[in-house]
Structures are given as C-alpha cells and as structure tokens.
Write a protein that binds this ligand. Structure first.
Ligand code: ADP
Ligand code: MG
Length: 571
C-alpha cells in the first residue's frame, strides 16, 4: 500500500525534490547554528576584535536570510505538494464514481462517498506532505544533534539522552489523549451536521407539524455535546502544551546544572555549555514532529485504504472490447428469455419475452413492485441481464457502446432532478451542443416557454435548491423539454405524471404525446386513463407478463387488466 501511496508523488517529482532538499538544507543549518554560537563565544570573544565580530555577524545574517528563504520554500512547496496529490486523488475518485454503474449506488451511501472525497482526502494530503519529509528530517536532526553533543561532552550527552525516553513517553501519551478527544469531537460535529441537514431539508415537514421547538431542543442537546467535547479537547491540548513546556525546561535546567559542574571542574567551556543548551532545544523539535506523524500516519493511511477500496471497485457495466457505436436506431426492441435480479434474494424478471416494434407506443401496467421500472432499466443497460438477451434493431445491446446506446434513449421519470444553475442550463443538459434557439424551441414544445417568460430572469432564472421554485408540473415540463432537445428515437416514460394532480396531468399529457410522436415509446402508467391511446398494453405482474393487447382487447378479455380497470373507475 505504501508503494501505491508513493506512486502519487510521481507527477510531482520535481516539486518533491526541491521541497525535500530544501528541508534537508534547513535542518543542516539548524544543526550547525549552536556550533556557530559555541565557536563565537569560545574562539572569537577572547580575541576582542570588533572587525572579526562584525564580519562574522554579516556572514551569519546572510545564512539566516538563506535559511528564511528555504523555510518559506519548504512550507509553501511542501503544502503545494500535499494539495496537488490531494487534488489528483479527488479527481480520480470523482471520475471513478461517475463511471460506476447503478448497482454501486444502490449499495453505497452518498454520505460515505462525500466523506471519502472530502475528509479522508484532507488527511491523505497532509500525510503526503508531512510524512516522508518530517520522518526523514526528524531522524536526521535527532541523530545529528546527539552526535554533536557526544563529541562536545559524552557524559552530559548521556544525561540528556536518559531524559529523552521520558519526553517521548509524555508526548506519546498526550497525543493519544488528544487523538481520542479530537475523534469524539469530530463524531459530535457529524451529529450536529446531520441534525442541521435534516432540519433544513425537512423544514416543511417540521413546520407543518409545528415541531420547531422539538427540533430546536434536539439540536441544543447535540450542540451541547459538541461544546463539551470540544472544550475537553482544548483542555487536553492546553495540558499537553504546558507539560511539554515543563519537560523541555526541565531538560534545559538539568543540562545547565550538570553543565555548570562540568564548567567548574574545567571539563567544559562556556561556549560549549551554551551550545549544549541550544542542542537540547534542537532535540525537542523532532520528538514533537514524530509524535505528530504517529497521529497523522494511521489517519492518513486509513483514509488511503478507504480511497483504494473505492478506486479498486471496477465499474460493473463496461463496453466490450469490440463494442460497436450505433448511430440511428429505429427502436425495434426485443427481450429474449430475459432473467434478472438485483440481488440473490429475489428474482425480479424470469424468462421475459417481449417484442416492441419501431414507432410503437407500449404501455406497461401492473401492481407496484412487479418489475415495470426494472424492464425499462435494462434497455439503457443501467443493469445487465443475468440471462437471455435484449436486442435493439437486431443487435445485442451488450455489443453496443454504452455511450451510443444511451444517446438513443430518453427517459422521463416521476422525480425530476434539477441541477444547481439556470433553467436554460437545465434544459441544455439534454444536449450540451444545442443552440439557444434550439433550447427555446424545446421549451416551447414542452409548453414551458410561457411560464419561463413570466419569471423575473426568464431563461436565466436560477433554480432554487433542488428546483423548489418550480411546481411539480413545471419541473416535469422541464424534463420533457430536456428530452425534446435530446431527440432520442426511443423514449421511456416511467410514471412521468403520477405525482401530478389530474388537471396538471392532463396538461402535461399533451406535451408527452407530442414527445412520443415518431418514437418508440415505453410508458409506465399508474392511471389507466393516460394510456388509452397506446398501441399496446402489457400487464406485468410478479409472475411476469400476464396479458398483452390493446386497451379494448384487454377490457374485453376480462382478466387482470379488466380488474385493475374496474378498481380505478369505481373509486
Ligand atoms: P415497479 O416499477 O413495477 O413498481 P420495480 O421494477 O421498481 O417495480 O421493482 C421490482 C422489484 O425489484 C421490487 O420488488 C423492488 O423492491 C425490487 N427493486 C427495485 N429496484 C431495486 C434496486 N435498486 N435494488 C434492489 N431491489 C430493487
Ligand atoms: Mg416503477
């Protein structure tokens, strides 16, 4: 997995090399600094020569400027590297998710995909930046500082070394506590978020039941829990910082006192003592960094693992290598012994045979859950059949590219999904190469033009969150306009008007009839009045296709259809 992780550095090799070598250089300068001070005190001060002092000071200033510049590079380019890798991964993930088949979305929660794309990738980006760099630099400065301390005075170095494990233990313990505190805080903010989302998107329900107080109280409880956890987290953070402070001062103090004794017994110079004290401070930084890494590493790697799990899921429905592009299908659809199930628990379609000729309008009726929508989902290959085959114009749809097949099929459903943006953009979704005139024409055909003209910004009106500013009928007209623009030879209308009142339905029916003209049309209808003019009616039940024929023929047959009809018309 580490190898896969590092493969994401490849496109940014140059950035990594510049950042990494700058970081190494900064660390080397940091290591050399106490030595310079020691030399300054022990070798330069006794000479009492101002010229030398000034020259050395100017040199030091130049080194500082260089180091400052390099630190800027490290901080800037290092983060840039992390952000680049994060962005690459996010793009890869989004692309991958967009290509997934319906079954993937049946089985994956939107919230999970969201947190993969945001939270997880933040952690991965941070790890990508800090991981290799900090690990290497820390080991380097830590061993470097000790090595120099040993050469100055081995006994004093040993005393400092003895205190280091204590320091590491403290840091690790504090980090552990911090981790747990952050984790609790994050899960609490997730609860708060969920509450807000519920209360905002469900505000109409909340207010119609006058449950505002109830929601506010529920929110207060979650918000209060979050407050408690966050305060706790910061308390631990404060304790961590202050005890770290204490430990480092203690280390310095011990070095000072023992060092003083070495100075008195002439085993150490003044400069060496100062150098030593400075080195104890150099030692602290890598300990801090490594312990931060110990926290970041499992978080980032866990995120990366989840990322990999998603990325490795191959899309279920893909083009066969020799798949053909189809241009103009006439819409002769044939189901040959088609069987299908969503999961192993239930067979939805069993040996279905069905023949739809080009230009025909076929209505599907039957109890809900019988499999009408499923039959229609198989035609654009949203799912693949388990057994048998579906052909269009004599070609097995699995031998056709997914893209060219779906370009031939228009679908209008009960729920219309509108994207954030203007009305025009939403209509243009049906054909993104359409000219403005074509868009207006499509809106006219869908009898939507008049409505749009009355809006303050006309076609440029922004659609409110989830299209709430449009009525159900208007949204349905927009979906029809979209499909007019797409102009597909095959049309699927899946309960397109079922959510509308009878009056609106009648108005929309006219647009739908116009849309269906000269196309092979599959209509799933709940209200039988809307399918009177269909060329053929197919009755679907749990056992498959039970009856088919014209509306009149089926009524005369006095079977299932006649029964459904009787129920609807005696209400
Ligand atoms: P209809 O459109 O006739 O009401 P559907 O085709 O939607 O019926 O559903 C047929 C059966 O398949 C039902 O039992 C339904 O529960 C099941 N089903 C539909 N969609 C899915 C899905 N995405 N995953 C699992 N089962 C499904
Ligand atoms: Mg359905």
């Amino acid at each position: 997995m580490i190898k896969q992780f590092f493969s994401y550095y490849k496109p940014h090799k140059r950035l990594f090399i510049i950042d990494f070598s700058s970081a190494v250089f900064v660390a080397l300068l940091e290591l050399a600094f106490p030595l310079a001070v020691q030399w300054f005190i022990d070798d330069l001060l006794p000479g009492k020569d101002w010229n030398v002092i000034v020259t050395v000071s100017i040199l030091l200033l130049l080194v500082y400027i260089l180091s400052t510049f390099l630190q800027f590079i490290v901080s800037y380019l290092g983060h840039k590297l992390g952000i680049n890798i994060e962005t690459d991964m996010r793009e890869e993930l989004f692309t991958h998710v967009q290509r997934q088949s319906f079954r993937f979305f049946d089985n994956t929660k939107t919230g999970h995909i969201m947190s993969r794309i945001t939270n997880d990738l933040f952690d991965i980006g941070e790890l990508a930046h800090h991981g290799p760099e900090d690990a290497f630099i820390s080991i380097m400065t830590f061993t470097g500082a000790f090595w120099i301390m040993f050469t100055i005075n081995p006994e004093l170095a040993l005393i400092a070394l003895v205190m280091v494990p204590l320091l590491i233990a403290l840091v690790t313990f504090c980090n552990f506590a911090m981790n747990r505190a952050w984790h609790n805080m994050y899960s609490n903010i997730a609860d708060v978020n969920a509450r807000v989302e519920d209360a905002v998107s469900g505000v109409r329900v909340v207010q119609s039941f006058t449950n505002e107080e109830f929601e506010i109280n529920r929110f207060k409880i979650d918000n209060g829990k979050f407050r408690k956890e966050k305060i706790h987290a910061y308390k631990i953070m404060a304790a961590t910082h202050s005890s770290m402070y204490m430990m480092t001062r203690l280390l310095t103090l011990v070095v000072l006192v023992v060092g003083a004794w070495f100075v008195f017994t002439n085993q150490l110079n003044y400069g060496e003592l100062v150098g030593f004290v400075l080195y104890t401070n150099v030692l602290i930084k890598p300990i801090d960094k490594v312990s931060a890494l110990l926290e970041l590493y499992p978080k980032g790697m866990a995120g990366f693992k989840r990322f990999q799990e998603l990325i490795k899921k191959a899309p279920e429905i893909i083009d066969r290598p020799n798949a053909k592009k189809v241009d103009h299908l006439t819409g002769n659809i044939q189901f040959n012994q088609v069987s299908f199930s969503y999961d192993k628990y239930q067979t939805v379609l069993n040996n279905i045979d069905l023949q739809i000729t080009s230009g025909e309008t076929v209505a599907f009726v039957g109890p809900s859950g019988a499999g009408k929508t499923t039959i229609c989902s198989l035609i654009p290959r949203f799912y693949d059949v388990d057994d048998g085959a579906i052909t269009i114009d004599g070609i097995d749809i699995r031998d056709v590219t997914k893209h060219s097949l779906r370009a031939q099929i228009g679908i209008v459903q009960q729920d219309v999904f509108l994207f954030t943006g203007t009305i025009k953009e939403n209509i243009a979704y049906g054909n993104r190469n359409a000219t403005d005139d074509e868009i207006y024409l499509a809106a006219k055909k869908a009898h939507l033009d008049e409505v749009i003209q009355q809006l303050p910004d006309g076609y440029d009106t922004q659609i409110g969150e989830r299209g709430l500013k449009l009525s159900g009928g208007q949204k349905q007209r927009l979906a029809i306009a979209r499909t007019f623009l797409k102009n597909p030879p095959i049309l699927i209308l899946d309960e397109a008007t079922s959510a509308l009142d009878t009056e609106t339905e009648r108005l929309i029916q006219q647009s739908l009839d116009e849309l269906a003209t000269n196309r092979t049309t599959l209509v799933i209808a709940h209200r039988l009045a809307t399918i009177k003019d269909a060329d053929r009616v197919v009755v679907v039940t749990k056992d498959g296709i039970a009856e088919q024929g014209t509306y009149e023929e089926l009524l005369a047959k006095n079977g299932i259809f006649a029964r459904l009809h009787a129920i609807q018309y005696t209400r």
